[in-house]
Design a protein around this ligand. Structure first.
Ligand SMILES: [Zn+2]
Length: 172
């Protein structure tokens, strides 16, 4: 009888641990590779609506497609019926910055540097800035979210994990 009770106790503890690990695993799978900000330009409807204009619009649209293929068309062009979450514009400043996304809802491309870049790198910069609008922070040299421009135009596993983590944070 004592043996059976011990066996039952052990079984209950095992089942308990299994539940604990199942509950705690989703957060742990993101932890190694994700990098997120404490802000994004995602609105309360979970969209990111853009407006304004830039000479790099074709590259920007390619970046939108890259993200939307992964996140399910949450980035939309602003219409009369939506509130704009980010406004695109071009500036000309002599410094080392290609573009900057501001928390208050502006994405500014710096013509001084952008005009020197290849088409692939322009697309990389636009996709990177879209990552900031979606709550992603800088990450490794293999990622779209690397702090310098590269020839990468597709999302890495880290970029995807970072988006997933940020989206999880704002929806839980
Ligand atoms: Zn950046």
């Amino acid at each position: 009888m004592k043996k059976i009770r011990q066996l039952i106790s052990a079984l209950i503890i095992l089942v308990g641990f299994t539940f604990f690990f199942f509950l705690s695993s989703p957060e742990e799978t993101y932890a190694a590779s994700s990098s997120i900000q404490n802000w994004s330009l995602i609105d309360s409807g979970l969209h990111m609506d853009w407006g304004g204009s830039t000479s790099y619009l074709s590259y920007f649209k390619s970046g939108v497609n890259t993200w939307n293929n992964y996140i399910g068309n949450k980035i939309r062009h602003d219409t009369d019926w939506t509130i704009k979450d980010v406004t695109l514009s071009d500036i000309y400043i002599v410094n080392g910055t290609n573009a900057t996304t501001y928390q208050y809802g502006e994405l500014k491309f710096n013509k001084y540097n952008m005009d020197q870049l290849s088409g692939t790198r322009k697309q990389n910069v636009a996709t990177h800035e879209l990552g900031h609008t979606l709550g992603l922070a800088h990450n490794t040299s293999e990622d779209i979210m690397y702090k310098y421009d590269t020839t990468r135009t597709s999302l890495s596993a880290n970029d995807k994990a970072s988006y997933d983590r940020y989206f999880y944070v704002i929806t839980h």
